[in-house]
Design a protein around this ligand. Structure first.
Ligand SMILES: [Fe+2]
Ligand SMILES: [Fe+2]
Length: 293
């Protein structure tokens, strides 16, 4: 393949982007045992660093999102070196910036698929980049209304929490004891939990982008899965694992009588005071004129 490509570079360039072809070749060489895992990873990073950052279409997405994804999947998550940490940080920031610059292009669906795969393979590096920051950055880049909604829910939840801690501190006794938090810790907890509540929408972002018509029942069925998806994504990472129940329960009524997911009960959880506040605050910060999700 390499020989064919080298001998007819000009002709094949009409059909394939050189970067795309280079990726196929390096992948094939690794699969055939001709190069080591390290050489494969280094080759991917070389391609990534030399990509044309102005290319925002399908092929740009291929090099800006697929190549780093392949690199992340190669890493041994238990033994990440300092150099790899730096590369990962760049990849994550570049991913957000790429999504932001290409939001209005025709290749959005293609990009979302890779972007979600990067989130799925995300490696958290405490102190450098957290899953929470990455998800919030992606929401801001792909769907600003959800980002604004997220920030509003976070701020209103923290504000109400502050007042309730003053006037009804006993409401927080169970949470305080279960998580060993002081008042400042509870405020921090409320902010992060509220900000993370809709992370699962990143998995169904093309459905929530429907404007100008009512959503179909089948689409609403998909949307109703976002609390469970949030919980599944968040449970994988240190920065978000503590807020899983808030994400999962944020569409349940305070007495579990209505809302979704049907089988999930919030009434006996120590976090229920925060869950109820977040649920309540959705009404103040609905991002969509059709439905609060
Ligand atoms: Fe939601
Ligand atoms: Fe929400």
């Amino acid at each position: 393949m390499h020989a064919l490509w080298s001998a007819n570079r000009e002709r094949f360039s009409e059909m394939f982007d050189p970067g795309e072809m280079e990726l196929c070749i390096i992948r094939a060489r690794y699969s055939a045992g001709l190069i080591s895992k390290k050489e494969y990873a280094d080759g991917l990073i070389d391609m990534y660093k030399t990509r044309d950052k102005e290319k925002l279409g399908l092929r740009g997405a291929y090099l800006a999102l697929n190549v780093p994804l392949e690199y992340i999947l190669l890493l041994d998550t238990q033994h990440i070196t300092e150099a790899q940490c730096g590369i990962l940080k760049d990849i994550y920031h570049n991913t957000i910036s790429f999504l932001q610059r290409t939001r209005d292009t025709g290749s959005l669906c293609f990009q979302l698929e890779y972007a979600f795969a990067i989130l799925d393979a995300f490696i958290e590096i405490p102190g450098l980049i957290s899953f929470e920051d990455m998800c919030i950055g992606c929401l801001a880049a792909i769907h600003p209304p959800t980002y604004v909604h997220t920030m509003m829910v976070g701020q209103i939840t923290r504000c109400l929490c502050k007042h309730l801690l003053l006037y009804k501190p006993e409401l927080f006794d169970e949470l305080r004891n279960a998580l060993n938090l002081d008042d400042e810790g509870i405020l921090e907890y409320a902010w992060h939990a509220a900000v993370c509540h809709d992370i699962g929408k990143l998995a169904i972002i093309d459905t929530i982008m429907i404007y100008g018509r009512k959503i179909l029942d089948s689409e609403f069925t998909l949307i109703k899965q976002h609390p469970d998806v949030s919980a599944a994504m968040m449970s994988q990472h240190r920065s978000t694992a503590g807020y899983v129940n808030v994400a999962r329960g944020h569409h349940k009524w305070y007495d579990d009588s209505r809302g979704y997911p049907e089988e999930f009960s919030t009434s006996s959880l120590p976090e229920r005071v925060i869950i109820n506040l977040v649920t309540c605050n959705l009404c103040f910060s609905g991002w969509h004129n059709l439905v609060f999700i």
